[in-house]
Design a protein around this ligand. Structure first.
Ligand code: UDP
Ligand code: LCN
Length: 793
């Protein structure tokens, strides 16, 4: 369709098209980004009187995510809608074009980097393995995988002759806990017998009081073949049995999900998060240690509660066990990271299990290792962790959840070995964070080892039974921006391999389940009865006290509202960018003081190269703009309780929170601030774009246009000064937004249901994708291992 239209356009408007395309060639850059193409098009249209605006050519340029230029050729990667791609090349001199396969586009890219044509390049293509596999069709369905699977597979499975009933029966007979058979005994050997037993059980149970407990009816039910797990009381047992009877009668996806959600099959969880400092205090802000730790600890508390609730309803008396498996670091910098086992506060039986990294000779590695350099240690770590898990849990876990690239790879190795369901959580995929991290992987290899990391990512994301993401954009981006997972669909690592189909975002393994903010810590400033007023004195000092070793700047005008930011002092967090916008904007400086909690004030306090550079830049900017009376920079890491009260302390003074990152995968601080009632200005690159409804529950800012962001923030404070009700309106909406969408309770319920559904489908169908696994094993052996072995240990 496009081709014909474009062809006609190129014939009718030869000169215009030629001039525009030549304009891109004349820029003299081999690679143009989406923004370069937009800016180039706009500039061209301003300078020339043409019919280009509104034309098919303009539409194509606007939909292009990147261009590769080597005169007279111009290659475009066009993304007309979310997660849909095609590739075009133009011969500019001849005004000719054609669509090309993705491999050709990637090969052209490689030529610009490598110089010559390579004789042979490994093409990674996972598509053929998935050909038979059910796939979503609509971009709007992306991220709702389990719903689709339940709908699609249940109708297929239970169609006559598919043997769905039999496989369901088989599934109900496999559940056990420590040798105790659950759900069905071997007495029920056929679907016919199951139907009969369900009828008999119903006859029997209908004569029993609804609140009678399992023990009182177990003898009769066990004679029929029913084992514990159906429910604690007669009313629950009956309703579970009715759900099953309904499925056997006429299956529908909703009933199936309700039934599966009740099955006693998850008692032991392993959550894998190797890198950074994983602990419960004094760790946030240490290198590579941020939101992922907060997320996992809150997740564990919520999951344990939900597991307990379900196990109780199932009528079982089993204590759920959750182990977070991380790295043991002997040089623990005053944290507990040198302890093997640590109970998790707020849980009954969850703990952190630490396993060391070992050198090739088997000695424990004592020092911290950057997340970019952990790769050579992970295989040994997985083997040792597997053994320790089996000992601690007294058996294998029922579900393994990986976190971040390293944890997901270890989860893959463990799930494969132990034959259990695997769930992945990325938190942040590095690929989209760093420009051209794939194309120029060699240049960055000494510091980042991206080729190794992306290889691990491809393996883990394809091996996972299901993947949880915090937002939709994490999977498939937005109309004009590529998603984090989508960026793995096709890319090239020149000289190493080329990926033509790395991951399919229409795969039903993707599910959006957003995290929450701990409601015990982050609650609205208006809930005065719960406020930690005892901390106010300390907070006064922190914000307004004299500058000391850990802080710089003293706020001269205490009556101005506070514009607050808190993050690790990484480049990507763009705290120095914010300080520069603030320094340059007289209006913003007049309207609010800036409070920054990040990193360290003394460069000697940091051993992280990137952080050291940022510290120096912070000082440089404060000097350059003379900010010491308007900016307070605190270089300490706040404990959770203190951070929670600080958000509210700032809300009391009608301040705002700002998250200026160049890219933020999700952004826990954003929902924490919102749930405290602070209006938030946050980057539109990444999670905050979806968390905040712009102008309603907060505001988006573009970190690439800091001046506009400063104008917007200044205007907000000015408006609130005239009309305090406006501040309150945004504050109320922010609180409501988090309550509606971002709670750990909802998270835990969904995750526990999803895990059962995927476990079920894995059992009854070939969702396990054996062929893919075999291919991935080879990829692991032939690509990942050699890459990892080159990283210095
Ligand atoms: N945090 C904290 N004290 C600090 C700095 C950060 O408690 O001094 C917490 C913050 O409240 C949030 C987490 O660390 O819960 C940072 O998570 P986020 O998702 O914002 O960013 P990440 O560090 O994961 O990139
Ligand atoms: C990592 C990040 O970079 C943040 O954006 C997330 O909020 C955090 O992990 C928790 O998932």
């Amino acid at each position: 369709m496009i081709s014909k239209e474009l062809e006609r356009y190129l014939v009718d408007h030869r000169d215009d098209a030629y001039l525009l395309l030549r304009h891109f060639l004349s820029l003299g850059r081999p690679f143009l980004l989406h923004s370069d193409l937009q800016d180039g098009l706009d500039a061209f249209c301003r300078e020339h009187e043409t019919a280009i605006p509104g034309s098919v050519l303009a539409d194509i340029i606007r939909a292009s995510q990147e261009a590769v230029v080597d005169a007279p050729w111009l290659y475009l990667a066009v993304r007309p809608q979310v997660a849909r791609w095609y590739y075009l090349r133009f011969h500019v001199e001849q005004r000719a074009f054609e669509t090309i396969p993705v491999a050709e586009f990637l090969a052209f890219k490689e030529r610009q980097v490598e110089g010559g044509e390579s004789t042979w390049t490994l093409e990674v293509d996972l598509e053929p393995f998935n050909r038979e596999f059910p796939r979503l069709h609509q971009p709007r369905s992306i991220g709702r995988g389990v719903k689709f699977l339940n709908r699609h597979l249940s109708s297929r499975l239970f169609r006559s002759h598919q043997g769905g009933d039999r496989r369901l029966l088989g599934f109900l007979r496999v559940h056990q806990y420590q040798g105790q058979q659950l759900m069905l005994s071997q007495r029920i050997g056929s679907v016919k017998r199951l139907r009969l037993a369900l009828r008999r059980a119903e006859e029997y149970l209908s004569g029993q009081p609804a609140d009678t407990e399992w023990n009182a009816v177990s003898a009769a039910l066990e004679t029929l073949g029913f084992m514990p797990g159906w429910g604690r009381t007669v009313s629950r047992i009956r309703s579970t049995m009715q759900l099953l009877a309904d499925i056997l009668e006429a299956p529908d996806p909703v009933t199936l999900e309700q039934f599966l959600a009740r099955i006693p099959m998850i008692f032991r969880l392993a959550i894998i998060s190797p890198h950074g400092f994983f602990g419960q205090s004094n760790v946030l802000g240490l290198p590579d240690t941020g939101g992922q730790v907060v997320y996992i600890l809150d997740q564990v508390r919520a999951l344990e509660k939900e597991m307990r609730r379900r196990i109780h309803e199932q009528g079982l008396d089993i204590a759920p066990r959750i182990l977070v498996v991380t790295r043991l670091i002997p040089e623990a910098r005053g944290t507990t990271c040198d302890q093997r086992l640590e109970s998790i506060a707020g849980t009954e039986h969850a703990a952190i299990l630490r396993v060391p990294f070992r050198s090739a000779g088997g000695e424990v590695v004592r020092h911290w290792i950057s997340r970019f350099e952990v790769w050579p240690y992970l295989e040994g770590f997985a083997v040792e962790a597997g053994k320790e898990l089996m000992t601690e849990l007294d058996g294998r876990p029922d579900l393994v959840i990986g976190n971040y690239s390293d944890g997901n790879l270890v989860a893959t190795l463990l799930a494969q070995k132990l034959q259990v369901t695997q769930c992945n959580i990325a938190h942040a995929l590095e690929k989209t964070k760093y420009l051209y991290s794939d194309l120029f992987w060699r240049e960055n290899d000494a510091q980042y080892h991206f080729a190794t990391q992306f290889t691990a990512d491809l393996i883990a994301m394809n091996a996972a039974d299901f993947i949880i993401t915090s937002t939709y954009q994490e999977i498939a981006g937005r109309d004009d921006g590529v998603g984090q997972y989508e960026s793995y669909q096709s890319f090239t690592l020149p000289g190493l391999y080329r990926v033509v189909n790395g991951i399919d975002v229409f795969d039903p393994k993707f599910n959006i389940i957003s995290p929450g903010a701990d409601s015990e810590v982050y609650f609205p400033y208006t809930e005065t009865g719960r406020r930690l007023t005892a901390l106010h004195e300390e907070l006064e000092q922190l914000v307004f006290g004299p500058a000391g070793n850990d802080s710089r700047g003293e706020l001269a005008d205490r009556d101005k509202p506070l514009l607050f930011t808190m993050a690790r002092l990484d480049k990507i967090k763009n705290i120095t960018g914010l300080v520069a916008w603030y320094g340059r904007s007289q209006a913003l400086r007049k309207a609010a003081n800036l409070l920054v909690i990040a990193g360290h004030v003394g460069v000697e306090q940091s051993d992280d190269r990137e952080e050291q550079q940022q510290i120096e830049r912070m000082h440089g900017l404060m000097d350059e703009y003379g900010l010491d009376g308007e900016l307070r920079w605190v270089g300490t890491h706040l404990e959770k309780g203190m951070a929670g009260e600080l958000y509210r302390f700032i809300a009391d003074r009608h301040g705002a929170f700002v998250q200026p990152a160049l890219f933020e995968a999700f952004g826990l601080t954003v929902i924490e601030a919102m749930s405290s009632g602070l209006p938030v200005f946050a980057t539109l690159y990444g999670g905050p774009q979806e968390i905040i409804e712009d102008g309603v529950s907060g505001f988006h800012i573009d970190p690439n246009h800091g001046e506009d962001a400063a104008v917007r923030m200044a205007a907000f404070f000015e408006r609130c000064q005239q009309d305090p009700a406006y501040w309150e309106q945004i504050s109320r909406n922010a609180i409501a937004r988090v309550e509606e969408r971002y709670t750990w309770k909802r998270y835990a319920e969904r995750l526990m249901t999803l895990s059962r559904c995927y476990g079920f489908w894995r059992y009854v169908t070939d969702l396990e994708r054996k062929e893919t696994r075999r291919y991935l094993e080879m990829f692991y052996g032939l690509q990942f291992r050699p890459l990892a072995s080159k990283i210095p240990c």
